[in-house]
Design a protein around this ligand. Structure first.
Ligand code: MBD
Ligand code: FE
Length: 280
């Protein structure tokens, strides 16, 4: 039983929309040719579905209402990251070496506290969850250490909520930018997150329910690993045996990204994972 009001879909949607707008003050230059080519094919896909599924006027108007609701609920970042981003990531990964990437998702926030290793992510005095020591090295594709690499890490708490997107959590909770040492080594103390459930009281949740799908992502850590001169890796790490690993609603798991923590005897978990960065 929760000791606080549950975050609402509209509240976290608004926060995600604001965070996204703030991260994108200028867009890329896109040529007229590119806009025409991509949008023409996108529309052709929609037209083909209407024909093959014989979509009715009622269904078309219901879809229009639904898309209006997605915008009003602030859920464009959520629904696009859940159902579309994994394919954009697949395409980007075609020419990416080193550690596998995964989707960014809607809940990254910039400018979190910088911490030298060994680091403990900001947490409440009574933070629930199994303690996790997450350690490893950042190296380049030749195996050389990347001194001072930054590990920008953020994850949900033991109830599956993200700070910045749930009003009962302090700003910056379970978020930080950890700076690796001269050997590229990092030690991060945190807690294991719980699985994440898409809010059921907003448009993304109502689509999932209407279609008879499930709203869950397996428990995960989000990371961006970066260093000057290297291509930034955006990825997520999952937990062996975790529920929903084989049916992530966001289709963002990869076998190479599953951690296997061991019990360090005192009820705490420990795991190592090494990152490989390719030259920019
Ligand atoms: C998440 O926590 C997440 O990582 C993604 C990709 C989408 C919704 C919520
Ligand atoms: Fe997430």
């Amino acid at each position: 039983t929760a000791t606080h009001d549950s975050p609402t879909a509209a509240g976290s949607g608004d926060s995600a929309t604001k965070a996204f707008r703030a991260s994108r003050s200028t867009g890329p230059e896109v040529s007229q040719e590119r806009v025409s080519e991509v949008v023409t094919e996108l529309l052709a896909g929609i037209h083909a579905t209407i024909r093959s599924k014989k979509v009715s006027y009622d269904e078309f108007q219901a879809a229009k209402k639904y898309l209006i609701d997605v915008g009003e609920g602030g859920e464009w970042p959520l629904i696009l990251d859940v159902f579309v981003e994994h394919v954009v990531e697949d395409v980007a990964a075609e020419d990416q070496e080193g550690t596998k990437g995964s989707i960014l998702g809607p809940y990254h926030l910039p400018d979190q506290v910088r911490l030298d290793t060994p680091a403990t992510l900001p947490r409440r005095p009574d933070e629930k969850g199994t303690e996790l020591l997450f350690a490893g090295h950042v190296r380049d594709t030749e195996g050389n250490p990347v001194p001072g690499a930054e590990l920008d890490i953020w994850h949900a708490d033991d109830e599956g909520y993200y700070s910045g997107f749930a009003p009962h959590l302090p700003d910056g909770n379970l978020r930080g930018v950890v700076v690796a040492d001269e050997q590229g080594k990092f030690d991060i103390h945190t807690i294991e997150p719980s699985a994440y459930q898409i809010p059921t009281d907003g448009p993304t949740g109502s689509l999932i329910e209407a279609a008879g799908w499930h709203p869950w992502r397996p428990a995960h850590l989000h990371l961006m690993v970066r260093a000057p001169g290297y291509r930034t890796i955006t990825t997520q790490l999952y937990f062996r045996g975790g529920e929903w690993l084989d049916s992530d609603v966001a289709s963002a798991t990869k076998p190479e990204l599953i951690l296997d923590p061991v019990d360090s005897g005192d009820g705490k978990h420990a795991v190592t994972y090494d990152f490989t960065l390719e030259p920019a």
